[in-house]
Write a protein that binds this ligand. Structure first.
Ligand code: NAD
Length: 350
């Protein structure tokens, strides 16, 4: 069985995964790795962003690590052939429904945030975002011409009890290993799905997780609280749409996209999908200056949660912290190191 499938993808994806391969060779040389085309690169080669072969390999592995997909080259491809469509299909095909994004402020980088050091120093929060339901998938969705002129666009926000409960369970479970607090965010004041979300989370909490502190917050207030006092949060649990927005906001608190990993998990025992939260960064692709730490930390999460190697994950996490402590910085966090030099700085600490 392959342990880890690598999907380098497009733009800076292959550049940052090259550094992960070096780290894996040093840290866990016994892991069975395999690599497959994905995204725009796969579209160019095979006419589809996600081939049946790549999906089958991803489903059969213990974990999948993706670089990034997308870019202007494929912007005019048919919607269902775009790299981003491949990513949605991969998530759905792997059955991953909970997106987990830590927002952690490494001590030496507290000044890289746009917020004051005292607001972000020591920040350690996790956003658990529902990933395969809600308005990005709900039917009907269409744009239609109106008889009197003009057009009408429709998306549908839809959630079932089961979808809400399974992602909430992931959040409560995670909280138990941390500071034991979940803040559930929705818009129950104006949305039916928000109302259902609040009821289902409350019910699950009282049935199975009464030992965890549960707080409800409207999603717009959560957006404000994240910049005002982010350290009040431990786990933020939210739906697909609000999670998309809140997790990008949280990313900025810690000083940049180039540092943040993510995981997408499904039912226990299934493969996890790990990826940096950044995209393919076409503006810097090919220049060798992308920060590989988000990809390296995504590998760290895979070691911990899917590959059963918590001690290797601890070593890697410490090595990234030590590399930053030593002053290693790519341009996005105020330095001048190349992607390869940043990878080498982490390897040196291993
Ligand atoms: P992006 O994350 O690619 O880039 C945003 C900005 O952050 C750019 O200035 C970029 O240079 C910088 N940046 C991102 N990652 C970096 C890194 N590792 N090191 C240094 N700087 C980094 O977002 P975008 O520009 O909005 O999107 C570009 C393409 O990526 C689009 O096609 C989009 O659809 C796609 N995208 C893919 C994913 C994914 O693969 N999961 C996520 C977001 C966007």
């Amino acid at each position: 069985m392959t342990d880890l499938i690598l999907l380098p993808g497009d733009g800076i994806g292959p550049e940052v995964l090259a550094e992960v391969k070096k780290v894996a060779a040093r840290l866990t040389p016994d892991l069975a790795l395999d690599e497959h085309p994905f995204g725009g690169t796969s579209f160019d080669q095979l006419g589809t962003p996600l081939s049946d072969r790549t999906l089958a390999a991803a489903r059969a592995a213990r974990a999948v690590l993706m670089g990034a997909v997308g870019g202007p080259k494929w912007a005019s491809a048919p919607r269902d052939k775009r790299p981003e469509a491949g990513l949605l299909a991969l998530r759905a095909g792997m059955g991953v429904f909970a997106n987990i994004r830590p927002a952690l402020c490494f001590q030496p980088l507290a000044d890289a945030s746009t917020l004051k050091r005292e607001v972000v120093e020591g920040l350690d929060i996790v956003i658990v975002r529902e990933l395969t339901g809600g308005v990005y998938f709900g039917q009907p969705r269409f744009i239609e011409d109106l008889p009197g002129g003009g057009r009408r666009g429709v998306d549908t926000q839809v959630y079932t009890t089961a979808e809400i409960e399974r992602v909430a369970r992931v959040a409560f479970d995670l909280a138990r290993g941390r500071r034991n607090k979940v803040t559930s965010c929705e818009k129950s004041n104006v949305m039916e799905t928000g109302l259902l979300w609040r009821e289902v989370v409350t019910d699950l909490h009282s049935r199975e997780f009464a030992d965890v502190t549960l707080e409800h917050m409207l999603a717009d207030n959560a957006a404000m609280q994240l910049v005002k006092n982010p350290r009040q949060f431990d786990i933020i649990l939210t739906d697909n749409l609000f999670g998309d927005v809140l997790s990008d906001e949280a990313a900025q608190l810690t000083g940049g996209l180039g540092l943040l990993p993510s995981a997408a998990l499904g039912e226990p025992g299934g493969p996890g999908l790990y990826e940096p939260i950044h995209g393919s960064a076409p503006d810097i692709a090919g220049r060798g200056i992308a920060n590989p730490l988000a990809a390296i930390l995504s590998f760290e999460m895979a070691l911990r949660w899917s590959l059963g190697r918590p001690e290797a994950a601890d070593r890697l996490f410490a090595a990234v912290g030590a590399a930053l402590d030593s002053g290693a910085r790519t341009p996005d966090i105020g330095g001048a190191l190349s992607t390869a030099d940043m990878g080498a700085a982490v390897l040196a600490q291993l």
